[in-house]
Write a protein that binds this ligand. Structure first.
Ligand code: AMP
Length: 582
């Protein structure tokens, strides 16, 4: 028997197998993909199906297909598949066997040993069942390790100092968050909390509900009793959900959804990220509460956490990354593919046990954040140069991300797009690496949607495209060497600008030409007027009077194009708004 030890992530939705090659973990392909759906079935002709083929038949033949077997591990049950029944260990063994065979085909050698990962909350019975499944598959399970420990290993393999890591793992059907203490000698789970029935599939369900409601309202039909139509809707919703991780809008187009209806139903629906995020907000709240519970269990607080590591496909949802960043004050790490991270960690553990030397997972990531500027709020004040990240630092490349922006005035026929590299919330403190103008926009009211897409490739070439959503009109530029370090003079200039900033506010010593200055002041004034109007209702009678006086002063100055008067009036108005808001 060979001494190769493979690492296996035996997941509820998907499974993966990895080995250590030249000291680095490598996830192996099974049937042309590095992800094997954890689904087993029997085909029409009685052949055994494992993985994608079994997944494909699930919707039509659920009675001869088994999924999510991991949920049943350790239970004394028999699961029926066709006219036979099996223990959960036996079904898991079929998945493990498929992974073992794939590894043997690619390594060109027999494989007899494995490290298998399990959730931190798995009981002894569940761990034992996993071991048995390994044996049934012809694998000696040399170690069972906790999934969060494996994830920490994938990130912290070179770490010299002990670190406290929060592992946030949201897969298709399960959520776990664990506090892991990773040291050079020992890595242990201090506390773990989660929900065994919460995951990306629930996000799909929200979208499915939305689509079914839309069909009921707009097409007067209910597809919920039509399995073929529902299967198409489910797939389309998952695809839309995944698209919304990289873009602000996604379309669901399914023609002839209910072909027997006359006329046939053609589903065509656009979903915005904002609406989708509102649908899943309750779930996200629940996961963040679990983070608090896990921290409490470890007798730690937010400030004790050194790193946050993302695991599981659903953590690619940007709202999750944002909410965690807000809560923990640091950008979560996601450089290692969240679907493959646990398998990679299992391979590292396997390599250590086989006496091999190990090093970190190698991935290409962007070392900088790229984005643009837009009107937003800074220090409680409207500010036109807020930095809006589009591709975040440490995102694996190649990548493509887009964001939506809106025109500010009615009939606006052009937009200037500036592209910055850096991490500062104030775009003017970052380095501008390119700009262009998109012209000929439609003559429509303010709020015309402009999509900005950034594509960054492995050679560091950044392609930025601005696109008018309603017409498809687009313009783009390419920036070479976007990921190269910026020149030291530019760095100095950026530092200088920072040093001369007063309270991070808009007073700068740089030379700004009068036109730009005037434009900025006008933009700021308009934004303040909007804000003042919103505050008017809730303000006391006395404050209302003051607000109205200042609003009028700002309006008069705007009309008279009196720049000095405008500045005085907007400053006074912004002071009052600040006071009213705090
Ligand atoms: P896992 O069980 O870790 O393989 O995670 C699978 C879940 O992640 C499924 O619900 C997928 O739909 C979801 N998923 C995969 N990629 C993305 C993505 N880019 N954005 C949001 N969810 C995703």
């Amino acid at each position: 028997m060979s001494d190769i030890i493979i690492g296996i992530d035996l997941g509820t939705t998907n499974s993966e197998v990895a080995v250590l090659r030249d000291g680095r973990p490598q996830v192996l392909e099974v049937d042309g993909s590095r992800i094997l759906p954890s689904i087993v079935g029997i085909a029409d002709d009685g052949t055994l199906l494992v993985g994608q083929a079994a997944r494909n038949q699930y919707a039509l033949y659920p009675e001869r297909t088994i999924r999510s077997v991991k949920r049943r591990m350790g239970e004394d049950v028999r699961l029926s598949m066709g006219d036979q029944s099996y223990t959960p260990q036996e079904i898991s063994a079929l998945i493990l066997k498929r992974l073992k065979r794939a590894a043997e085909e690619q390594l060109g050698a027999a494989v007899g040993k494995a490290v298998i990962t399990v959730p931190a909350y798995f009981s002894d019975a569940q761990r034992q069942a996993t071991r048995n499944a390994g044996e049934l598959a012809g694998l000696e399970v040399v170690r069972i390790i906790n999934e969060p420990t494996a994830a920490a290993l994938a990130y912290e393999v070179d770490a010299q100092q002990a670190r406290t890591i929060l592992v946030y793992d949201l897969g298709g059907g399960t959520f776990d968050c664990s506090v892991v203490r990773a040291g050079s000698e020992i890595t242990e789970v201090l506390a773990s909390h989660g929900n065994n029935h919460l995951g990306g599939d629930d996000f799909d369900a929200k979208l499915i509900e939305h689509v079914v409601d839309h069909l009921k309202e707009q097409h007067d039909c209910d597809p919920s009793q039509e399995p073929a139509a529902m299967a198409r809707i489910m797939r389309a919703c998952e695809a839309a959900k995944i698209a919304l991780s990289d873009a602000p809008y996604a379309r669901i187009d399914e023609e002839y959804l209910l072909p027997e209806r006359n006329p046939p139903v053609n589903l065509s629906l656009e979903i915005s990220r904002i609406d989708y995020e509102a649908m899943i907000e309750g779930y996200l709240d629940e996961t963040l509460e679990a983070v608090h519970t896990a921290l409490k269990g470890a007798e730690l607080t937010v400030t004790d956490i050194d790193e946050v590591v993302l695991v599981g496909g659903a953590t690619r949802t940007p709202a999750i990354q944002q909410r965690l960043e807000e809560m923990l004050g640091m950008q979560p790490r996601a450089e290692v593919d969240p679907d493959l991270c646990v398998a990679a960690g299992a391979a590292i553990q396997a390599g250590v046990m086989a006496g091999q030397s190990t090093s970190a997972v190698l991935v290409d990531v962007t070392p900088y954040t790229f984005g643009t500027s837009a009107l937003g709020e800074m220090n409680g004040m409207p500010y036109p140069y807020c930095f809006v990240p589009v591709i975040r630092k440490n995102t694996p490349i190649p990548t493509s991300k887009s964001e939506a922006f809106y025109t500010m005035v009615d009939g606006q026929e052009a937009v200037d797009v500036r592209i910055y590299q850096g991490e500062d919330r104030d775009a003017l403190n970052n380095t501008e690496i390119g700009s262009f103008r998109i012209e000929g926009l439609s003559d429509v009211p303010a709020g015309n949607v402009i999509l900005m897409r950034c594509d960054l490739d492995l050679d560091g070439i950044l392609k930025v495209t601005a696109l008018e959503k309603r017409t498809g009109l687009e313009k783009h530029i390419e920036i070479d060497n976007a990921t190269a370090r910026f020149e030291s003079q530019e760095l100095d200039a950026a530092k200088q600008r920072l040093a001369t900033l007063i309270d991070g506010d808009a007073e700068r010593v740089e030379d700004v030409d009068a036109d730009t200055e005037q434009h900025r002041e006008q933009v700021r004034a308009k934004a303040l007027l909007d804000k003042a109007e919103r505050l008017l209702e809730s303000a006391s009678a006395e404050d209302q009077e003051d607000l109205i006086d200042l609003v009028e002063a700002v309006r008069d100055a705007l009309e008279a194009a009196d720049m000095e008067g405008l500045k005085r009036a907007t400053d006074a108005l912004s002071d009052l708004i600040y006071y009213l808001e705090t």
